[in-house]
Design a protein. Structure first.
Length: 442
């Protein structure tokens, strides 16, 4: 299989603006640790930080560089909810473990921003809140339900009528919605690199350009082999999400087979003048709405609107998305006028659809015990930024022997996606259907 890191990906805004990452060696020879972490994104680095705070020796191996994958390519919205499921659904699915997970998710945005402040990470962090406006009158019932459910477990959410939504977003395009005050947005690559520097400063070892080729459990120890080395450890955390199996199909095939990597395109406008910018999301909240074909936007630190879209045929490096997304922004905020994009880039989202006929409908996170003292998860479904850092804390505790009954880890067995290869290829073809459904609701 070809090395995914050898593919030329479009340059991102985050790569152009984030502080440099640490200089990291590749793994060569045999090393020992208490815990080995596979994957140097949000989850893996958070796990490493929490392990070092607990005094455990930890080695992180990363196939490319920290932040090369989804952790450095996303929109950077900090959202303390799941994309498609409310708290009651998690409890119905997982019982008491679902209740603990809901509490973890409820507090995940606040925990992320506290972590950034604690370690003084230069991540362009703005805890301005996250708002989900509804795109049709009928969808207002969804906002009411979500406010009711999250309020019941103590989340700082508030229902917005149409007028309040228009004031918050600077647009008459929506019919109300709700917001969570603890959310916000960050520069995700800057955050990932900052987490890597923090982990190193605490004494973790991180090896880059060292893809895991195998992981086996022998004589009470985990052995993880890379092209030029091996890590032997008592415990293991698999933190590869959408890229599980992309570098080595045989690494964790049961886990890789349950997640569908779906390409997500991000786009950053040219800088917007101050007099116009102050009329568009003036409070600088992060925003993602209820369209099936998601409408989302947030400001960066340089007055660029960072948005995105999906494409049925995403050729030409995403260039074919520019006209459609520009027209969308002008419909939402006519005061923008003509719009140009300085950056268009992409990366995978780890989807775990529960319905084969709807491969882009968000599913549940899948969290697994992979063997003795070994854990992993996949299925961010577009909600990884806040969730991953909190899950890293819980995964670290699990490897240290904390009782699962005390952790926000609703464990399940891996469940392969039927016809995964076919679903992965046809997933973008669902977009025309979603557009028709969204239009019909309006």
């Amino acid at each position: 299989m070809s090395d995914p890191s050898s593919v030329t990906w479009p340059p991102s805004l985050w790569a152009a603006t984030a502080p440099p990452g640490p200089e990291l060696p590749s793994l060569s020879g045999d090393v020992q640790a208490d815990v080995v972490v596979i994957g140097g994104g949000f989850t893996g680095l958070s796990t490493a930080i929490h392990l070092r705070e607990a005094g455990s020796e930890v080695v992180v191996i990363e196939a490319a560089e920290p932040g090369w994958g989804a952790s450095g390519r996303n929109n950077g919205q900090v959202i303390p909810t799941l994309a498609g499921h409310d708290p009651s659904a998690m409890v119905k699915r997982h019982g008491e473990a679902g209740e603990r997970f809901n509490a973890l998710l409820r507090d995940s945005a606040q925990y992320l921003f506290e972590t950034i402040r604690k370690y003084d990470i230069a991540a362009e962090a703005e805890q301005a809140g996250w708002v989900q406006p509804v795109h049709s009158p009928g969808r207002f019932r969804l906002a009411e339900k979500r406010v009711r459910e999250w309020s019941a477990i103590g989340a700082p959410v508030e229902l917005l009528d149409r007028q309040a939504t228009a004031q918050m977003l600077g647009s008459e395009a929506w019919f109300g919605g709700f917001w969570n005050r603890t959310g916000g947005h960050i520069n995700p690559l800057a955050l990932t690199r900052g987490l890597a520097k923090t982990a190193l400063g605490l004494g973790a070892a991180i090896y880059a350009r060292s893809p895991a080729r195998s992981m086996t459990h022998e004589n009470g120890r985990w052995n993880v082999k890379t092209p030029a080395g091996r890590v032997t450890a008592r415990a293991l955390v698999l933190a590869t999400n959408a890229y599980t199996g992309e570098f080595e199909p045989g690494l964790a095939p049961e886990v890789a087979s349950e997640v569908i990597p779906v390409l997500s395109w991000q786009m950053a406008t040219q800088p917007i003048s101050d007099n116009i910018a102050k009329t568009i999301i003036p409070g600088r909240q992060a925003m993602s709405d209820t369209h099936r074909e998601l409408y989302f936007a947030r400001w960066d630190a340089r007055n660029r609107l960072v948005t995105g879209g999906a494409a049925v045929f995403p050729g030409a490096g995403g260039a074919n998305l520019r006209p459609a997304v520009a027209e969308r922004l002008k419909r939402l905020w006519p005061q923008l006028g003509e719009i140009g994009f300085d950056y268009v880039w992409s990366g995978y989202i780890g989807m775990t659809p529960d319905n084969l006929l709807q491969p882009q409908v968000p599913g549940y996170p899948r969290i697994h015990r992979l063997g003795p003292d070994a854990y992993g998860w996949v299925g961010c479904n577009g909600r990884a930024v806040a969730l991953s850092v909190s899950l890293g804390r819980e995964l670290a505790r699990a490897t240290q022997g904390a009782a699962i009954e005390t952790l926000g880890l609703p464990l399940s067995e891996p469940r392969p996606q039927p016809l995964r290869g076919l679903v992965r290829r046809i997933a973008p073809l669902a977009l025309p259907l979603y557009r028709r459904l969204d239009a019909a609701e309006i």
